[in-house]
Ligand binder design. Sequence first.
Ligand SMILES: Cc1ncc(COP(=O)(O)O)c(C=O)c1O
Length: 457
Amino acid sequence: MGTRDTVRPNPATVAPGEDVEVPKNRLPDASMAAETAYRLVHDEAMLDGNARLNLATFVGTWMDDHANRLYVESADKNMIDKDEYPQTAEIENRCVSMLADLWNAPDPARAIGTSTIGSSEACMLGGLALKRRWQHARREAGLSTDKPNLILSSAVQVCWEKFCNYFEVEPRYVPVSDDHRLLDGHDLASYVDENTIGVVAIMGVTYTGSYEPVQEIAAALDVIAHDTGHDVPIHVDGASGAMVAPFCRPDLVWDFGIERVASINTSGHKYGLVYPGVGWIVWRDLEALPEDLIFRVSYLGGDMPTFALNFSRPGAQVLMQYYLFLRLGFDGYREVQQTSLDVAAYLSEAIGQMDAFELWSDGTDIPVFAWRLRDGHTTNWTLYDLSDRLRMKGWLVPAYPLPDDLTDVVVQRIVVRNGFSRDLASALLDDLRAEVAYLDKLDGPIPHAAETTPFHH
Ligand SMILES: Cc1ncc(COP(=O)(O)O)c(C=O)c1O
C-alpha cells in the first residue's frame, strides 16, 4: 500500500526476499528488481483515464500493430542526430515534401519545413519566421522594429498566447461574437498597421471545430495592402484541419494555393494519426523562412539546415508518420477522416435533436463539434454538471466558456478521433440521454462549489 510519501508494491509481485517501500518524491537509496519497478509504474499508470473514452483530446490514442512494432524498434532514435540516423533524416524530408505537395505549395521541391514535437513548437517557429521577415523588411527601410504585433482570433489555442508572451509580440485579438463567430476578415483594417507581422488563420478552431475562412481573410488583407501598402502574410494553424481538409474538402481553398499563406502547421499526432510527439510546419518557399533563423547540424560529413526550439527529440514518431503516409495513402486518409466525420455527424444530429441542447457547430469541418444548453431549458443544472455525470461513466466530455466576447456562452465539446466507432458513439448517446433525463428530474438546482478547475484546450 505505502503511505502518503512512500510507495510499496503488492507483496505478491515483489522478487523473493525483496521488501521495498520507497519514497515517492526522492530518489530511492537502493535498487529494486526490474519486474518490481515495472509493476509499480504499470499499476500507477493504470489509474489514468481510459484514452479511448477521452472525447476531450485531439491527440492520437491508437495505432496498429505494425506502427507499434516500428515504435519499439526505433524508440532509441534521436531526431537531431542526423549524422547517426541519416535515413530517419531523409524520411523526415520526404514527409515534408509530401505535406508541401498535399498543401499545394507552388513548387514542393522549393518548400522548406521540419518536424517538431507538436503544433505548439511548429506555431512558435511559424511566428518567429513572420517576426524575423518583418524585422528584415523594417531594418532595410530604416524603420523601428520595437513593436511587432500579430493578429489572431480570441479563439486561438493557448500556444499563440505563449508565442506572443515568450517572443515579445503584441497579440491583437479579434473577439469572436454572435455575428462573427470566426475570424473572417471583418474589420481587419482596424487591427493591421505597419507593425503587423502576420495574421493567424485557424483551420479547425479548438473550441468549436470550425474552419476560419482563409480565403476571406486573404481577400480582406489584399484590400488592406492595396489601400495602405501593409502587405501582411498569413500563417495557417492547421493543427487538426490541415490533415482533414485536403482529403474531405478538396474544393475548399485554404492552403498555399492562396499566395498570402506563408506557412502551415499541423499536428502529426492529431489527425495525422500518430501517437503524441510529432508536429509539422512547412513554408511555401525559401523566401518565407529567413536564412538567419536556420542552424546547421552535421550530416553525412556535410551539414544540414535545421530550425527548431528543441535539440533532442524522438525520431520514432517521424518514422511512424511516414509509415502511415505509405500505409494509408491519400485514399486511406480520406477514408479514416471521413469515417470520423460521419460519426461526428451522427452524434451532432442526435444531440441537436435533444430538447435540452442547441448545436453551436456540427462537426462537418473537422470531426469536432460543440453544443450549448438551450435558453430556458433549466436552471437546475449546467453543462458542467452533465460533464461530471458523464465522467462517472468513464466519458470525458469537457464543458467550458467560449472566449471573448462570448464568455457568457458555455459549450460542451466532442472530439471524434480514429477508433471512436459508431457503436461507441451509440453507447455515449445512451448515457448522455440517461444523464440528461436524470438531471431533468431534479426538483432543485445542483449546488456548485465556488471555484471550478478551468479546462485547458
Ligand atoms: C488550433 C490548434 N493549434 C495548436 C494546438 C497545439 O497543438 P499541440 O498539442 O500539437 O502542441 C492545438 C491543440 O489542440 C490546436 O487545436
